[in-house]
Design a protein around this ligand. Structure first.
Ligand code: MN3
Length: 199
């Protein structure tokens, strides 16, 4: 199935001051669009042409780097837009809070580990909360990889490629990650993905 660029689920200026209109215009309209366009060109005529996006991502990993990078980033960004919302952050829904506490000790500890994973991802990549063997784990991955290709199901991810924060935060990646966790995350959506992953 051909990839298509989804609309942002909010206005371009809706995440200010934590993520600017300019960042979202470049990040969504240019970067995500490029993954869609390049991914479609590489998908054409490949053995994955009629597969779902998740199947393309998993199947092309380690086999077709060009297709994997673009399909992986398409998958990651589709979710990234939905993992944020205006006036995000705040407290976690009860079911998710319970699961986080039992897997990682406490909500504060989860936030700290998640931010630390993003800060220490050398170069471009992502930090994640994922479900692995029924537990919530923190992961970090380079470039377009995600927990999907590491035996886990992602329920929250933060893009730490420079294009995601350089306009607003310059080199201050830790400040961007803290703002993401405190003011942007749509925890209700993360809780829904947790339910799906543990069904
Ligand atoms: Mn990006």
């Amino acid at each position: 199935m051909a990839f298509t660029l989804p609309e942002l689920p909010y206005a371009y200026d809706a995440l200010q001051p934590y993520m600017s209109k300019e960042t979202l215009e470049y990040h969504h309209d240019k970067h995500h669009q490029a993954y869609v366009t390049n991914g479609n060109n590489l998908l054409k005529g490949s053995e994955w042409e009629n597969k779902s996006l998740e199947e393309v991502v998993k199947g092309s990993f380690g086999k077709n780097a060009g297709l994997f990078n673009n399909a992986g980033q398409h998958f990651n960004h589709i979710h990234f837009w939905k993992w944020m919302k205006p006036n995000g952050g705040g407290s976690l829904p009860g079911t998710l809070e319970k699961a986080v506490t039992s897997s990682l000790g406490s909500v504060d500890k989860m936030k700290e580990e998640f931010i630390q994973a993003g800060v220490t991802q050398f170069g471009s990549g992502w930090c994640w909360l994922a479900v692995k063997d029924g537990k919530i784990v923190v992961q970090k991955t380079p470039n377009g990889e995600s927990p999907l290709v590491h035996g886990a199901t992602p329920i929250l991810g933060c893009d730490v490629w420079e294009h995601s924060y350089y306009i607003d935060y310059r080199n201050r990646r830790p400040d961007y990650l803290k703002a993401f966790v405190d003011h942007l995350v749509n925890w209700a959506h993360v809780a829904e993905m947790y339910q799906q992953a543990t069904k």
